[in-house]
Design a protein around this ligand. Sequence first.
Ligand code: AMP
Length: 236
Amino acid sequence: MSDANKALRLVLLGAPASGKGTQGQTLAAEFGIPKISTGDMLRAARDAGSELGKLADGIMSAGKLVPDDLVIRLVDERLAEPDAQRGFILDGFPRTVPQAEALDRLLAERGAGLNAAIDIRTPRELLIERATLRRTDVRTGQIYHLKYNPPPDSAELVHRDDDREETVLKRLDAYDTMTAALVPYYEGKNLLRHVDGVGSPSEVGQRIRRALTELTGVTSGGSARLEVSRGGANES
Ligand code: AMP
């Protein structure tokens, strides 16, 4: 088995504020692989004032999706980085079927398909409460929740523009109309497990680890080493 086939290549699906970012961060540290978030990359482009950032800014603030070709290009470039050769966790990408198809093509060109997709399912009311009370420490990137995971006094907090209620509702609608179609897409490839997103981050994390073991035979055991006993799309 080549090294590429021992890597975890995971897509996290789930509506805005379902916990993809939090879970992705923890899993990435456990497995020693990068978490790749198109939302983070677009926010960085916006903050840097690049052409892409300027274009994405208005779209993101409106709670809409940035055009497929732009995010696909971002992901293509990011997947070419050396750290992504050991595996990766995708958070917020793909969000449409054309993005999922493009991802399959990009990975096929590199000879390394996805081996898991986890769908974090959370009731709408809870998603709204999580997003509107979510805050990020600008210095550490750590995500807090004013009610369930309060920040320390020292944190320098920002509230994402698009986490205001009116925009959250639009983002949830975009999820339902565009991204929910990825559930049958990955089910059809026998790569998907659903996980209940209600609970503490560590409870949800345990469910994800169990699902990953079922799907791939993988256990991180808290170490960066990873063995995949059963492949995914590549081998089906
Ligand atoms: P997120 O941080 O994943 O909630 O993304 C924040 C915003 O960035 C989304 O509401 C979209 O406007 C944009 N965005 C992030 N990822 C994608 C994607 N894969 N496709 C289209 N737009 C995206």
